[in-house]
Design a protein around this ligand. Structure first.
Ligand code: G4P
Length: 519
């Protein structure tokens, strides 16, 4: 098979949603279509004590949530599908954000009874910044939800993206009859028990459904959409400006396959990626990729570190020599794996869009580029995301100060948490995107470095970086705390929006920037 053929087959995406919208349920159906699992309802079960195929760390088991992002890979029809899992829990971390830099498209699930929820907004923003295609699946149609038209305008107003429904629900909850598939020109009747019946639109007038009052209402809504809705444009979908919308019920497995098949057609294969030397096309001969995540201790028996690498160009072959762009160091990639959640298999070859796990003898950093051949470049730096929660941290037992230092250094380098130091006192302050990141950090410091920690919470803070090279230090206090980040850049941790605004108005000569927007 040619490299180009392999690239065009690849569909690498993540599913984003607010907790409980149905991500696990939908993922499970997709794994079922891909014949990765033999039946659904087996991997998942927060209450029954079984865990999703994508959950594996011990802490995840304890809390019944997915902490780390895993990768699920399988062939489906003419495609090779890579799903990157992201934790949906509100305590999610920077991992979630970084994973979104490694995908080519995103599926956003919305609970039809709730609409756009806070976590969805946060994740959506990150995807939007990258301009990647976003597909919407409005779930739980078997329940009494919000009006579909109202949901569409909420998506457009709150998220600021245009929408185009490729199918439309015929009723919902107890009156749920099925979907009107605008794209495939069929009506798919909901029969329950994971059964459905497909009626081509040309035959619909002969079917009893065509006179059903709920169907007539639907037709009215569709006319409205035809008149006043957006135009469909593949190009705008690909630019992330228009989101195709699908309705269905993941739990009843209704509308899921149609959604998946259509999604795979419109979702983009791997695209050229930005480096400091310009764009690199996936078809370039030389293999290259970048590390978007480092995971320590995935296998407690081996205590290993695995770097997750997204292949961006060329063909990966096990045993090949590459160099680390940051240092020039030559590395032979022998120990590499693909992922099917818990089961890791040795990978012999991989193509752009694939994610491989590379054994890390402590040499990689998040964002590192690996390249075959003589050329040298660096994939665009992964954005650092501003942390929202801060804690002062110290070691419980001073005898462990050395391990404490080593543990912090390594975990910070791995990107598990962000490090700051209070100006003058040098007190260590950790910043995280979500609460859970501290718990994982604490757990790992104990498990991997045998260090117990004491935390003093600084609560939620608004971090802003100082652009000025020189500034006066006398304006800072505990409400607007002056700190240095791990690269020694000065930042201020504001107690709240009010102190931030007050400071800005009164200290106009100090120029403050927000990292996320700047990147
Ligand atoms: P998440 O990964 O996004 O957090 O959501 P998950 O799939 O775990 O789904 C959250 C809850 O919503 C689950 O119920 C699940 O069964 C339900 N659900 C998912 N899709 C649908 C749907 O299409 N229709 C309906 N009615 N419910 C749906 P739970 O009771 O919280 O969990 P469980 O104990 O049943 O697994």
């Amino acid at each position: 098979m040619s490299l180009e053929h392999e690239i065009n087959k690849r569909r690498t995406f993540a599913i984003i949603s607010h907790p409980d919208a149905g991500k696990t349920t939908l993922t499970e159906k997709l794994l079922y279509f891909g014949e990765v699992i033999r039946s659904t309802g087996t991997v998942k079960g927060k209450k029954s004590g079984k865990f999703a195929a994508s959950d594996w760390m011990e802490i995840e088991k304890k809390r019944g949530i997915s902490v780390t992002s895993s990768v699920m890979s399988f062939p489906y029809h003419d495609f090779h599908v890579n799903i990157l899992d992201t934790p949906g829990h509100e305590d999610f971390s920077e991992d979630t954000y970084r994973t979104l830099t490694a995908v080519d498209s995103v599926v956003m699930i919305i609970d039809s009874t709730k609409g756009v929820e806070p976590q969805t907004i946060k994740l959506f923003k990150v995807c939007r910044l990258r301009g990647i295609p976003i597909f919407t699946f409005i779930n739980k149609l078997d329940r009494e939800g919000r009006e579909p038209l109202e949901l569409l305008s909420e998506i457009e107003d709150v998220l600021g993206i245009e929408s185009y429904p490729l199918n439309w629900p015929i009723g919902m909850g107890k009156r749920f009859l099925g979907i009107y598939d605008r794209y495939n020109e069929t009506v798919v009747r909901f029969k329950g028990n994971e059964e459905e019946e497909v009626i081509p639109l040309k035959d619909i007038d002969q079917d009893e459904i065509s006179t059903h009052p709920v169907y007539l209402d639907t037709k009215g809504e569709l006319e409205l959409l035809d008149e006043a809705g957006n135009e469909f444009s593949t190009e705008r979908v690909r630019k992330g400006e228009l989101t195709p919308v699908f309705f269905g019920s993941a739990l009843s497995n209704f509308g899921v396959q149609t959604f998946f098949d259509t999604f795979l057609q419109f979702a983009v294969p791997p695209q050229p990626r930005k480096t400091d030397q310009g764009l690199i096309a996936p078809e370039s001969e030389a293999f290259s990729g970048y590390i978007f995540k480092i995971q320590a201790n995935m296998n407690p028996a081996h205590r290993d570190r695995i770097a997750f690498l997204r292949v961006c160009s060329g063909k990966f072959e096990r045993g090949m020599s590459v160099h680390l762009s940051r240092t020039g160091k030559v590395i032979k990639l022998n120990q590499t794996q693909t992922f099917m959640a818990k089961d890791r298999e040795t990978v012999d070859e991989a193509y752009p869009g694939d994610i491989i796990g590379v054994y890390d003898p402590n040499i990689y950093q998040i964002g590192d580029t690996l390249i075959e051949g003589k050329e040298n470049y660096q994939y665009d730096e992964l954005p650092q995301f501003p942390p929202e929660q801060f804690r002062k941290v110290q070691v419980k037992n001073v005898m462990k100060a050395k391990s404490f230092k080593k543990g912090i250094e390594q975990l910070v380098q791995e990107g598990a948490i962000q490090l700051f130091r209070q100006d003058l006192t040098d007190t260590i302050i950790l910043g995280a995107v979500g609460q859970l990141q501290f718990e994982v950090f604490e757990y790992r410091m104990k498990a991997e470095y045998n260090v117990e920690l004491e935390f003093i919470s600084l609560g939620e803070r608004i971090p802003r970086w100082i652009k000025n090279e020189k500034f006066e230090k006398r304006f800072f206090d505990s409400r607007s705390m002056l700190v240095r980040d791990r690269f020694d850049a000065y930042a201020v941790l504001f107690e709240n929006e009010f102190t931030y605004r007050y400071f800005k108005e009164n200290q106009k000569e100090i120029e403050l920037v927000d990292l996320l927007e700047e990147n």
